[in-house]
Design a binder for this molecule. Structure first.
Ligand SMILES: [Fe+2]
Length: 134
């Protein structure tokens, strides 16, 4: 199994403690998920961890969006969160239906998505709000 680096780095900081803490937690959950995969954990454990990851992501998006209420383009951000959850739901269904080779693709998808989303979208949105408040 290839080695995927799942580490939260300071360049991912958006500057709001609760949000940064949750982003860090998502990285931890994903790292644990991947460690379990590498250890050859069974489908039940993997499915449970996937479920956990989605629950945390869902709760995180809610909190993040509550912080971004004042942003004029929140709807676009919400749509990106929604698309992510939808994609994860599809992964989960396919995985549970027997496509277990999907698990590594899920990790790759989530880590790429998190990096791209936090750097390209979250940081920009929080910066916009900060600028508007100045
Ligand atoms: Fe976001």
């Amino acid at each position: 199994m290839k080695n995927i680096s799942i580490i939260w780095t300071p360049d991912l900081e958006v500057g709001i403690k609760e949000i940064d803490d949750q982003h860090r937690q998502l990285f931890s959950l994903l790292a644990a998920f991947y460690t379990n995969l590498q250890k050859g954990a069974g489908r039940e454990i993997i499915a449970k961890m996937l479920e956990d990851l989605m629950t945390h992501a869902g709760a995180h998006f809610k909190l993040e969006e509550s912080f971004l209420q004042a942003h004029p383009d929140l709807i676009r951000h919400h749509q990106l969160h929604y698309d992510f959850i939808k994609q994860m739901g599809q992964f989960e269904r396919d995985y549970l239906q027997g496509d277990i080779s999907l698990a590594v693709d899920i990790v790759t998808f989530v880590i790429d998505w998190l990096h791209e989303h936090i750097v390209g979208i979250d940081k920009q949105y929080f910066l916009d709000l900060q600028k508007a408040g100045e």
